[in-house]
Ligand binder design. Structure first.
Ligand code: NDP
Ligand code: MG
Length: 395
């Protein structure tokens, strides 16, 4: 029985995580803690169903509503530290990090420090942790290793695919032999504007950008999928998890989102991981790892399956080149890229900037100078500065 804390339980990944647990054998998982930002109504509904011992909400003004809606008496934790306390609780074995954005970094740092296993959908936290790690030791070693120090299991579908493709080769201390890999190939749906001419892209509205062709996700990641910043973040995430440099990570557009990613080996053989586009497949694998349990996603039907692949358009989607640039620097710029993008997306959603300006704001912030000595405090400072630069860009 694994005691699970779900951070961000009311979001898209959080709800799907609870669905995976709902459909699993009863003795497999126990939901120990649930945590949300402000959605007291759904959080209470989830708590009343799963009866976790701890229920936590970041917005303290939601405490009373949450309490009133609960039909039992768990410990209720409120405030900025809610997620940290939840994930770091001594009774928790596995923390699902389904918080959106950089808020997920703060939540997961303590849990990792306390030795929890993290099933992470959140990519921002992986990127920040990696920058910290690069400052302390060699940045080329993977964050995922095979022995009992395996602490991070990816949920993001591309990283889950790579993880599934290379695990099962547990030589030494590593889950895979990096010398056998020529590169990894991250697939990208291309988002809703892949075929939109660039001259029409400056008129893209928030509503247009929120219509993703293949995935149903939270707001931030849906906008990121439209700009391809999501793929840029995944380049940085893959580099962190698997210890790969920029020359070992390729991106290919694959509009059907059936091939979740691929590994190209030095002898020319390529392995791909396929399934229907349903995040519950990757979530279930992360929760049951190293075992596999009965399928809850639809079976992939090959009888009428057409798959296509094409090269990315780097000119229309500068997010990719900026990510490679950030990765080559590897310390400060991945944090700047992540924070500046989060700020620019927030501004776009609030009608304060245009769609194409998101990348320009990030590029501008990446061109500024920052303190070069990385520490947990410095990361918070760099994050703050990068947001301020992204906001001040005037065109
Ligand atoms: P959503 O916006 O749907 O959900 C975010 C969740 O985080 C909500 O439960 C929200 O609570 C909670 N939250 C936000 N801030 C805080 C905070 N400060 N403290 C505690 N909880 C907080 O996002 P998604 O589920 O789409 O994405 C979550 C993460 O997973 C992201 O990092 C994303 O990049 C990644 N991911 C998502 C995929 C998807 O298919 N959705 C696929 C791959 C990766 P509330 O509801 O109260 O606001
Ligand atoms: Mg993904």
């Amino acid at each position: 029985m694994k005691n699970i804390a779900v951070l961000g339980s009311t979001g898209s990944i959080g709800r799907q995580t609870l669905d995976v647990i709902r459909q699993s054998d009863e003795e497999q998982f126990s939901v120990f803690a649930l945590c949300a930002d402000s959605n007291a109504e759904l959080l209470a509904e989830q708590a009343n169903e799963f009866k976790p011992s701890v229920v936590s909400i970041a917005h303290a003004n939601k405490y009373q509503e949450l309490k009133d809606r609960l039909n039992y008496s768990p410990d209720i934790v409120v405030g900025n530290n809610a997620a940290n306390l939840c994930g770091g609780h001594e009774k928790v074995d596995l923390v699902v990090n389904a918080v959106s954005g950089v808020a997920g970094f703060k939540a997961v740092s303590l849990a990792l420090y306390k030795g929890k296993i993290i099933a992470s959908a959140n990519k921002e936290s992986i990127i920040y942790l990696h920058s910290l790690r690069n400052a302390l030791e060699s940045g080329t070693s993977p964050m995922i290793t095979a022995n009992d120090s395996l602490r991070i299991i990816p949920i993001d579908s591309e990283q889950s695919a790579i993880f599934q493709l290379i695990e099962g080769d547990p030589e030494n201390n590593s889950i895979f032999d990096r010398s056998s890999i020529e590169n990894i190939i991250l697939t990208a749906s291309g988002g809703p504007f892949y075929n939109t001419p660039i001259e029409d892209m400056k008129h893209i509205t928030v509503n247009d950008a929120l219509k993703h062709p293949t995935w149903s996700m939270g707001k931030k990641i849906t906008i990121d999928s439209a700009t391809l910043f999501n793929k840029g973040l995944e380049i940085l995430e893959a580099a962190a998890l698997f210890g790969l440099g920029a020359d070992k990570i390729e991106v290919v557009i694959h509009p059907q989102s059936v091939v979740h990613s691929m590994v190209r080996f030095v002898d020319g053989n390529v392995k791909a991981l396929l399934s229907v586009p349903d995040m519950r497949g990757a979530i279930q694998y992360a929760l049951t790892y190293p075992k596999r349990r009965k399928r809850i996603i639809d079976r992939l039907d090959f009888s009428n399956l057409n798959l296509s692949f094409l090269a990315p358009d780097y000119k229309k989607f500068p997010a990719l080149c900026l990510a490679y640039e950030a990765l080559r620097e590897g310390r400060v710029l991945p944090v700047v890229y992540t924070a500046a993008n989060e700020k620019a997306v927030e501004m776009f959603v609030n009608g304060q900037t245009g769609f194409l300006d998101i990348a320009k704001r990030v590029e501008y912030a990446m061109g500024k100078s920052y303190c070069n000595k990385i520490s947990p405090d410095a990361i918070i400072e760099i994050d703050k500065l990068a947001r301020a630069y992204a906001a001040e860009w005037k065109g």
